[in-house]
Write a protein that binds this ligand. Structure first.
Ligand code: ACO
Ligand code: KIV
Ligand code: MG
Length: 538
């Protein structure tokens, strides 16, 4: 992408300056350097590395970034020029000197100075008249220009400033040597059409504006930072100031990844390009999140964990048929691992069977339907159904033991007082329901005694084990039991559920079914040795 093209948008990242102004987001110098390196690799045109007058540490961090990132070849893009390294300064000599000390070690240094233009800020904060403000801005831009060739000026709170006054101030600072005019919507107040009109008005009515770069800097107080930035770019601005993950003062700044991907995805309509290597977006987002301790919300556009995740059956079915049905970007384009079909209560059979097949459990027909029904029951109880849950469900369905007896319902009363009591309803092989209640030494013992009372098959419990097969408080538990019915052979069974007593009951019933199915096949092979089916009670 050619930076001198009229459709090229410069990406000015201010994660290390405005981003760091987010409460609690401050970074150590080492973290700032690592982020700056990642920003260079991402391909940003300008890194606002800090506010050097703020503290000796800020100055030192900007100096280090200027020397290490602003001079060196960019990792992963050796042909590229190092980014411009910029330092922010109020319109005071002291701040501008500090900014220059910070950035002068860079190959391409920039001083960014600002002074508010809204009547509100002039009256209450700066206590200046419009004339005094204009004179101060001109004086300080000239001073900065005497130090550095690349000067950016921002009329703070431009979004709430009188446009006619803005034209006058901006014309004056261009004459004083400003090379970039940044138009901030400091408090995120404007609407996209207003902000677009403000930029168009500045370009049209400010003498000299066409000879400098017009920039946008939007805040997200009304959630319009990206929309306003894009409106400003469409109106003629060619630099966008933004931050990774949209971090920044109060509700944050326009998010870099959203601006970049909006321009890229809707290039057909907008016709603008950036030099960003979008495949670095997710990686950079993670780094900034880690360095600032600001988590990325899962539903965050572009870089959120769910940005390419689909849970509902209709969407998953569409995705399996053609990803474009529900994705306007490809995850690999932004460096996200891959599209995720998340299995949950809204999923359908298409995604369920696809995932099972990927896991090596290709189920079809009745087995698929049965596993799917179990999956839906599980998904009603569990927030996320993980691969381990699916494997357990699929293994259950692939087991060759027929379901002779089945657990219908189970109710257990247990705790620190009273005797653990279980009430069990089982369905027999003919579909009849049998109910028994029993007490025991614990809930599982009570349950097994109630099952024994119904099935009346004398078995000895040899082994009992329970495992959490998935993670978390809502984990799926798998119970395994081994029982002996005759002296020669033992039978086993397992059952899975989010409730460990239910999993234990299912495992015991499965082991009993195992015994019964062996008896039935033994009868078929050796009719003289059969003992008959157990007697059951309603
Ligand atoms: C919209 C933005 O994001 S602007 C950038 C905001 N970022 C920061 O403020 C972070 C860094 N800031 C700091 O570390 C400190 O505020 C400092 C070092 C800059 C100044 O600290 P202090 O000298 O103690 O001043 P304090 O912060 O209390 O007040 C700000 C002063 O700067 C003045 N001021 C505000 N903006 C400007 C400006 N653009 N140019 C000149 N003076 C300004 C205020 O009017 C006030 O002056 P006063 O004390 O005469 O009333
Ligand atoms: C310093 C300026 C550009 C700023 O951050 C703002 O106005 O939001
Ligand atoms: Mg800002």
């Amino acid at each position: 992408m050619n930076p001198s093209s009229s459709s090229y948008v410069r990406i000015f990242d201010t994660s290390l300056r405005d981003g760091e102004q987010a409460p609690g987001a401050s970074m150590t110098s080492a973290e700032k350097l690592e982020v700056a390196r990642a920003l260079a690799r991402l391909g940003v045109d300008v890194i606002e590395a800090g506010f050097p007058a703020a503290s000796p540490d800020d100055l030192a961090a900007v100096q280090t970034i200027a020397a290490e990132v602003g001079q060196a070849p960019v990792a992963g893009r050796p042909q590229a020029e190092p980014p411009i390294i910029c330092g922010l300064a109020r319109c005071t000599k002291n701040d501008i000197d500090a900014a220059w000390q910070g950035v002068k070690g860079a190959k391409h240094p920039r001083i960014h100075t600002f002074l508010a233009t809204s009547d509100l800020h002039l009256k209450h904060k700066l206590r200046m008249t419009r004339e005094e403000m204009t004179a101060k801005a001109v004086e300080m831009v000239s001073y900065a220009r005497s130090l550095c060739a690349d000067i950016e000026f921002s009329p703070e709170d431009a979004g709430r400033s009188d446009p006619e006054f803005l034209y006058t101030v901006l014309e004056a600072v261009i004459k004083a040597g400003a090379t970039t005019l940044n138009i901030p919507d400091t408090v995120g107040y404007t609407m996209p059409d207003e902000f677009g009109a403000l930029i168009a008005g500045i370009i049209k009515h400010t003498p000299g504006a066409k000879d400098v770069i017009i920039s946008v800097h939007c805040h997200d107080d009304l959630g319009l930072a990206v929309a306003n930035s894009v409106a400003g770019l469409r109106a003629g601005a060619r630099q966008a100031e933004c931050t990774i993950n949209g971090i920044g003062e109060r509700a944050g700044n326009a998010s870099l990844e959203e601006i970049v991907m909006a321009l890229r995805t809707r290039a057909d309509k907008i016709g603008l390009q950036t030099g960003i290597d979008a495949t670095q977006l997710c990686r950079t987002s993670k780094l900034v999140s880690r360095s600032t301790s600001y988590p990325v919300p899962p539903n965050k556009s572009i870089v959120g964990a769910n940005a390419f995740a689909h849970e509902s059956g209709i969407h998953q079915d569409g995705m399996i048929k053609n990803a474009q049905t529900y994705e306007i970007m490809r995850p690999e384009d932004v460096g996200a691992t891959q599209t995720m079909l998340v299995l949950g209560k809204h999923s359908g059979r298409a995604a369920f069977s696809k995932r099972l097949a990927e896991l090596g459990y290709p189920l079809e027909g009745d087995a698929l339907l049965k596993a799917f029904n179990e999956f839906k029951k599980l998904a009603d109880r569990k927030k996320a159904v993980l691969d381990a849950d699916l494997i357990t469900l699929a293994s259950d369905e692939r087991a060759t033991v027929p379901e002779l007896w089945a657990l219908d319902t189970l109710q257990v009363v247990c705790g620190t007082t009273g005797l653990p009591t279980a009430t069990v309803r089982l369905r027999d092989p003919d579909g009849a329901i049998h109910v028994k209640a029993s007490v025991g030494t614990g809930p599982v013992d009570a349950t097994y005694k109630a099952i024994d009372a119904i099935v009346k098959l004398p078995v000895t419990l040899l082994e009992f084990g329970i495992n959490g097969v998935t993670e978390g408080i809502d984990a799926l538990a798998e119970a395994s039991v081994r029982v002996r019915h005759d002296e020669q052979r033992s039978s086993h069974g397992h059952g899975a559920d989010t409730d460990i007593v239910v999993a234990s009951a299912k495992a015991y019933v499965a082991a009993i079914n195992h015994v019964l199915s062996r008896q039935a096949s033994g009868r078929a092979q050796h009719p003289q040795k059969t003992t008959g089916t157990p007697e059951v009670h309603a």
